[in-house]
Design a protein around this ligand. Structure first.
Ligand code: NAP
Length: 252
């Protein structure tokens, strides 16, 4: 994968960080994106710098690009800057997302807009720019990180679930439009993955979550990253328009 390049949105921490590191370990050049908060990047930039340092320690190349992917201009610039840096973009992982739980009756228009723009519009903006380039090269991998919540909904997560379901239509349409030109688009739908949030949960809540999972444990960010890495390879060229759940069997 030495010459291949990947852009992972929201890769300064969490699952995105793990995806960036795992791609770098396999030789990809990786663009690390964090949300610059509009003003003072502060600790967000520091986290991205730590990821870059790890990438470089592995002997891989990386670049940090601060961009708010919920805004069309900055999402487009993010993809363009990655292509300018290395002259190619092989893999786009739309990972950046936010969630703020709220029952439907309490969801404000602003909250709906914020979550839809951050989680769904962002994937549209980045994919549109990336695909324009990928079809010329007749190679591309679009990998959209959804959630099992996007497939089944969840109490208090109307906005989040709708944004993650929306990725399905986007992904399948890209798969149909550009499959013949070497571009694949797929969805990964994680279940409960260990995160800063799950680490703070009371033991009994964690135990209840784990009881629903045949694998008997929460997922790890690396579990998701390993699947991304496979979908990113030329060997995955016949997997297109699919939603792959990675949830330890929770949904069977
Ligand atoms: P996380 O720890 O909250 O990290 C989110 C990342 O997205 C951060 O790097 C954040 O950057 C970035 N981000 C947020 N808003 C952004 C914006 N407007 N522009 C650019 N970057 C932005 O999330 P996570 O738990 O790793 O989740 C990663 C993905 O997996 C998400 O798509 C999530 O929906 C999905 N997922 C997670 C789980 C889970 O259990 N964790 C389960 C199912 C699906 P800053 O740090 O700079 O804000």
């Amino acid at each position: 994968m030495k010459e291949k390049t990947a852009l992972v949105t929201g890769s300064s921490r969490g699952i995105g960080r793990s995806i960036a590191l795992n791609l770098a370990q396999r030789g990809f050049k990786v663009a690390i994106n964090y949300y610059n908060g509009g003003n003072d990047a502060g600790e967000h930039l520091e986290q991205a710098q730590e990821v870059l340092q790890e990438v470089q320690t592995m002997g891989a190349e990386g670049i940090i690009i601060g961009a708010d992917v919920s805004v069309a201009e900055s999402a487009t610039a993010l993809v363009d800057q990655t292509i300018e840096k290395w002259g190619r973009l092989d893999v786009l992982v739309n990972n950046a997302a936010i969630n703020q739980d709220q029952l439907l009756l309490r969801v404000s228009d602003d909250l709906w807009d914020l979550i839809l723009k951050t989680n769904l519009y962002s994937a549209f903006y980045c994919s549109r720019t990336a695909v324009r380039y990928m079809i010329k090269k007749r190679y591309g991998r679009i990998i959209n990180i959804s959630s099992v919540v996007g497939l089944a909904g969840n109490i208090g997560q109307t906005c989040y679930a709708a944004s993650k379901s929306g990725l399905l239509g986007l992904t399948c349409s890209i798969a149909k439009e550009y499959g013949a030109r070497g571009v694949t688009a797929n969805i990964i739908a994680p279940g409960f993955i260990e995160s800063d949030m799950t680490r703070q949960l009371p033991a009994e809540v964690s135990a209840r979550m784990i009881a629903q999972i045949p694998a008997g444990r929460l997922g790890k960010a690396d579990d998701v990253a390993n699947l991304v890495c496979f979908l990113a390879t030329p060997e995955a060229s016949y997997i297109n328009g699919q939603t792959i759940r990675i949830d330890g069997g929770m949904s069977i």
